[in-house]
Design a protein around this ligand. Structure first.
Ligand code: IVH
Length: 676
């Protein structure tokens, strides 16, 4: 019996390998060797054999791509290291400025760059253990993603397993993480969208949204039926870049069977980078998928580490965004829209026009100043542009014999179109605002802000749901979210038993989010994500924050008089204090970890250079900051210490020149250790 099983196992593995080989030829290389029918026959054979021996089915078998069981929402998983985004540049000058900064910070001029297409999809992390795909995570908020493994398995260009020999040959470890872009080719997008419209379903705005919606389907067989593609561009081990050079990373990924973008280039200098950018600018329409620019990355990992990161993006990479694509169309009307802060934004309602794969029917006109600057009237023909994610905007009025001018001027209403409250324009400000604090439009927008990803993360509480809840008066402030019951939700349109339960689970889960999210969620003017973090860290509780004076608030990192005044104003309003109380009663997190920063290094500025033996750049930076010090990127007269690791370059020379104290890793440890 044992040997018989062994035989079948062997037979199964051979068959699987054969299929994997052909999948790779077909889906990754686009060079099939078999006809579809021949391929299907192989697959049928495998299915049959597996059906006879269900105990021998493995999760990485090609048969397992096609839809497993439906899932109950997605589990959230922390990323091995944050999934960052990229800073953008829009001109050659900006790109050159970035290059100068790279030279300055690294102290080198001979920097090589890798140029890649900036694929307009969604980033996705794939975890492999022992060469097998074990997890697929969306980017989520960058720190935590959603486990979409069942859906990722259905993507044909994602290898489900890679043999040890193959990995070894490519110099790759057995446990690793690949990050890359998941996307939907334009052709498939158009076809599927047309089908959806025919069925009366809402069309997706662009291929990126379609891909994102597809990988987050709760029913993997739906994902399986839609052609998604995946391109790898990063290789990590335990959250850190694996190879010494980015160029080698992509080669290795390609060798082991990932789809990588063949349109890449190793550039010896910025001239070559610029050539690549220009080369693709005119050709991007010929690609089967959308790109919105070019990504330029410093090739050497050691240099990347030296350059480090700003808040959300690496300093060692930059995106060059192609100019927005535009079209000429007619303004049928201009209608003000009321936002969370009560701001009225004039929105142009357009004759629908396709721009870069999306139909555009609205464009922002920002405010009255902009309308006057453009001299735009209702009935005018205008140039409309859309850049990537940004809301389309009107850039100029077009006037010629085919495009006669419109005649009707737009006036901002004196009363809010949503609540009838007074609309005012404060001296010196460009914006008109509705002054009624209870304006339902503000309510709707503030509930949306509260629920959104990156704030309280209540998945499923999007536009449609929030509108219903606020329109029906079921949610009058954000605390009401925590009073919703299943019966409440079931009264709403398009809300079944399962979705209602999902929303309730999400609401429940949001209570565990840390204090900084709650602070951010309150929607205090000028208090963004980062400020909320500093506030939570400094005050350690909502009560301390609520009772802080303007002076105390200004002790917090990056909080100046404007933000401090806004916070005090917010908490002075009794309705806001009451709201905070309701949130507390609902069980949200009101206490945080007050981080005790050491003080002895306060006021001291450090610069790090070269490779440290025991710490990554980020770790060293954190140690110094925890002891109250500051870490800066470049050496100046204000620098107190230069921490020089091995192969420190020009920064050490500069420090010596300026008389800055140069210390080694050990001395840094002592400084930090002694005072922290
Ligand atoms: S590298 C820290 N390479 O663009 C490195 N990103 O705007 C960040 N993207 O979130 C990613 N093509 O989803 C990289 N060749 C490419 C890319 C790429 C598209 C996306 C990615 C990222 C976003 C940032």
């Amino acid at each position: 019996m044992a040997t018989a099983t062994k035989d079948v196992e062997k037979q199964l593995e051979t068959l699987r390998d054969e299929i994997r080989y052909h999948e790779h030829r077909y889906y990754v290389l686009d060079q099939p060797e078999l006809s579809d029918a021949e391929f299907d026959r192989l697959m049928d054979k495998l299915k049959k054999l597996e059906a006879e021996h269900p105990e021998l089915v493995t999760p990485d078998s090609p048969t397992q791509r096609v839809g497993g069981k439906p899932r109950e929402g997605f589990v959230k998983v922390r990323h091995s290291s944050p999934m960052l985004s990229l800073d953008n540049t829009y001109s050659e000058d900006e790109l050159r400025a970035w290059e100068r900064r790279v030279h300055e910070l690294s102290g080198r001029k001979d920097v090589e760059y890798v140029c890649e297409l900036k694929l307009d999809g969604m980033s996705l992390a794939l975890h492999y253990e022992d060469g097998r795909l074990v997890r697929g995570l969306t980017r989520g908020d960058g720190t935590t993603g959603e486990d979409v493994t069942a859906n990722v398995r259905t993507v044909r260009s994602v290898p489900l397993s890679i043999s040890k020999e193959t990995l070894k040959k490519a110099g790759m470890p057995l446990d690793f993480e690949v990050r890359g872009e998941l996307l939907m080719p334009i052709g498939a997008f158009k076809k599927l969208n047309a089908e959806r419209e025919k069925q009366g379903l809402a069309a997706f705005a662009n291929p990126r949204n379609f891909a994102a919606g597809t990988v987050r389907q709760l029913e993997p067989s739906v994902t399986a039926s839609r052609p998604l593609d995946y391109f790898g561009y990063m290789l990590l081990q335990k959250g850190r870049t694996y190879f010494d050079r980015h160029w080698d990373t992509i080669d290795a990924l390609e060798k082991v069977g990932f789809k990588t973008n063949i349109n890449r280039k190793l550039a010896a200098n910025m001239e070559e980078v610029w050539d690549f950018i220009q080369h693709w600018e005119g050709r991007r329409e010929s690609l089967p998928y959308e790109i919105d620019g070019i990504v330029v990355k410093v090739d050497r990992t050691s240099l990347q580490e030296e350059l480090g990161y700003t808040g959300k993006a690496p300093r060692w990479a930059i995106a060059y965004k192609y100019a927005a694509r535009g079209a000429v169309t007619k303004i049928n009307d201009i209608i003000p829209q009321v936002g969370r802060t009560g701001k009225l934004t004039p929105v142009a309602h357009l004759e629908p026009v396709p721009i870069g794969g999306t139909t555009v029917s609205r464009a922002t006109l920002h405010n009255m100043d902009e309308i006057e600057r453009l001299g735009v009237k209702i009935g005018d023909w205008v140039q409309v542009e859309r850049g990537g994610d940004v809301i389309p905007k009107v850039v100029s009025v077009v006037e010629d014999k085919d495009h006669p001018r419109g005649h009707k001027s737009f006036q901002m209403p004196e009363r809010c179109p949503v609540c009838g409250g007074h609309v005012v324009r404060t001296e010196g400000e460009a914006d008109h605002r509705c002054v009624n604090t209870n304006c339902p439009a503000k309510l709707r927008e503030s509930v949306l802000h509260f629920a959104t990803r990156g704030v309280m993360n209540i998945e499923g509480m999007g536009d449609a749901l929030v509108s219903q809840l606020t329109d029906r008066g079921m949610v009058k402030n954000v605390a009401d979210i925590y009073r919703l019951t299943k019966d409440d939700l079931l009264q709403l349109e398009r809300m079944g038993e399962r979705s209602a339960q999902n929303v309730l689970d999400e609401i429940e889960a949001s209570k565990k989010l840390p204090l900084e999210r709650v602070i951010y969620g309150l929607g205090i003017r000028f208090v963004g994500e980062r400020t909320a973090e500093f506030l939570a860290e400094h005050f350690g509780s909502m009560d301390n924050l609520m009772n802080a004076s303007e002076e105390e608030l200004q002790e917090v990192n990056e909080v100046g008089p404007r933000i401090a005044a806004s916070i005090v104003e917010f908490f002075q309003e009794p309705r806001n204090r009451d709201l905070v109380k309701q949130l507390r009663d609902a069980g949200l997190t009101f206490a945080g970890k007050k981080k005790r920063r050491g003080m002895k290094l306060a006021g001291k500025t450090f610069v790090l250079t070269g490779t440290l033996n025991n710490y990554t750049r980020e770790q060293a930076k954190k140690m110094i900051e925890d002891a109250g010090g500051r870490v800066s990127g470049s050496v100046s007269k204000k620098t107190d210490y230069l921490v020089a690791g091995s192969d420190a370059g020009s920064k050490r020379d500069k420090a010596k020149e300026l008389g800055v104290k140069v210390i080694d890793e050990k001395e840094m440890e002592e400084l930090v250790g002694a005072y922290s």
